[in-house]
Design a protein around this ligand. Structure first.
Ligand SMILES: [Zn+2]
Ligand SMILES: [Zn+2]
Length: 301
């Protein structure tokens, strides 16, 4: 297994760059989780990570079901009014309602019957944790303070928070905001960070939010972490035509994976990122650190 650098012309902007590029794309929740679950299972088939990919797929299935059973309808016009160029659903400030705890309990109820013994034990501990403690863990995850949140509980808490934020973001769809700027390392909808970036069928790069599932456009010629343009390289394992590559910046030392949906339309920002942990290992060996966080893989304590 070798890691290699790929030609610079891949860093060029998409051909539509001069045209009308939507700054933000909201997720289609009707299909998002099902597609992700299907993709995770497909990737698991030939992967040494199959156990974990199938575990993540089960959580996505549960998200799809809970989404349907617990719809959310809220009026966000006040948040939009106040936002004025800042993320309207700012993850570190937004006053959460108990709806997310309802989602968490519902996810636990869906997952428990088919869970393995160790996973069921985690789900039961989470189920019986006082709401105050669950709120504290949520706040810590949302503020990227991972030390006090047990790594076995974090993916379930995040799955509920992410579903909640995605439900809220879905209500902003069509509201039309004109003040999404360029050059962002954070999600313009909720202020969280990317999982990875996708290159869509038109060759444009959108960063995919690890919380609200929105995607925001960032031109391909610059680092999505520090805006520098000079010292960017793309890395891939073995294959220049790989569906997943890492874009690394020598200026800030960060890398973020690029998921090429133009090469494989089934590719998913979360699933394909999770399935390519070997590429993360290689990038870290080279001294780079990831600027994205996968919702199924929070940094170790
Ligand atoms: Zn977001
Ligand atoms: Zn950079």
């Amino acid at each position: 297994m070798s890691i290699q650098i790929v030609p610079q012309d891949e860093l060029a902007d998409g051909k539509n760059a001069a045209g009308n590029i939507p700054p933000v794309l909201f997720a289609n929740l009707k299909t998002l989780y099902q597609r992700r679950a299907d993709r995770l299972r497909a990737l698991a088939e030939n992967s040494p990570l199959d156990g974990y990919l199938n575990f993540a797929a089960a959580i996505c299935d549960a998200q799809q079901r809970v989404l349907k059973d617990f719809p959310l309808s809220i009026d966000l016009s006040e948040e939009l009014e106040k936002a004025a160029g800042k993320p309207p659903l700012d993850c570190s400030l937004f006053p959460r309602t108990p709806h997310w705890l309802t989602l968490l309990d519902a996810l636990i109820a869906v997952l428990k019957p088919d869970a393995s013994e160790p996973v069921r034990a985690v789900l039961e501990r989470l189920e019986h944790s006082p709401n105050l403690q669950r709120e504290m863990m949520a706040t810590e995850l949302l503020c990227q303070d991972f030390k006090h949140v047990p790594a076995d509980k974090a993916p379930f808490i995040w799955a509920a928070l992410s579903l909640y934020w995605a439900q809220m973001a879905a209500q902003l769809r069509g509201v039309g905001r004109a003040d999404y700027g360029e050059n962002r390392e954070f999600c313009p909808v909720c202020g969280s960070i990317p999982v990875s970036a996708v290159i869509n069928a038109g060759g444009l790069r959108y960063l995919h939010c690890n919380l609200c599932e929105s995607e925001w456009h960032v031109v391909r010629a610059k680092c999505s972490n520090c805006d520098e343009m000079e010292h960017l390289n793309l890395w891939s394992i073995d294959d220049e035509q790989a569906t997943v590559k890492a874009e690394a910046c020598d200026d800030c030392g960060a890398y973020l994976k690029l998921i090429y949906q133009d090469k494989d339309p089934q590719a998913d920002a979360v699933a394909d990122d999770l399935a390519t942990l070997l590429l993360d290992d290689r990038m870290e060996d080279k001294g780079f650190s990831g600027s994205g966080i996968n919702p199924f893989l929070f940094p170790a304590e």
